[in-house]
Design a protein around this ligand. Sequence first.
Ligand code: URA
Length: 259
Amino acid sequence: MGNMRYYHIGFGREDLGTNPPTLALLSGDPERARTIAETHLRDARLLSDHRGLNSYVGVLPNGAPILSATSGMGAPSLSIVVNELFQAGIRQIIRIGTTGSIQPHVLPGSVVISSAALCRQGAANDIAPVEYPAAADPFLTVALAQAARELGVAHHVGITASVDTFYEGQERSASSANPNLLRWLRGITEEYRRLNVLNYEMECGTLFKMAGVYGFAAACVCGVIAQRTAGESVVLEQKAIAVDNAIRVALRAAMARAG
Ligand code: URA
């Protein structure tokens, strides 16, 4: 029988070589997946860039095999990629994303490591009941926090609001084309702030529920690029440092966990 290539990710188990990775770094942005592979991995090899969903296999500085892949934006795309990565043998996933802070002390440039998600995502409802916990793997999460501490990266561990939309769902109105923000979303950011939610992003809730249902370990580290207690826009001057911090934290944690 020939090599089975999964339809969306464009590669199969046999493309992963004789020492296949079981840990993946999963970025929303294909540029980030490529930068990780080309800048931080040894012997990086592009497996596929079908539909812009690129995936690279390579080797960490400690010799462990690893995958750097993109999930695309949002939970529906992530759910497809993660389903196929699991079928290809991946059993640990660290999402590397960007995020908007909703707490005044969580500053642009720092990273948020999600212990769990308030999951307000439609895709997750196709996978598990709405009440099903969206919890990060505790061991991968501790590895991320330890890595941040060792690297001296400012970090926060806590609950993330994982939602489907960047504009309406994160209560953006001044920067949005939609003049009609639904009533139930007006004031939601302040409500979450009071509930000690740290940040907004768009993928980890569904990732964590999939991890619980399928039986793999998942964690999430995001670079803070917007401060929603001060405004709606991305703080562009802090974006490069925030993303670089998230990548370095994830790579160090991966070295502790990949084998
Ligand atoms: N990603 C998000 O989902 N929200 C932000 O504000 C920034 C990045």
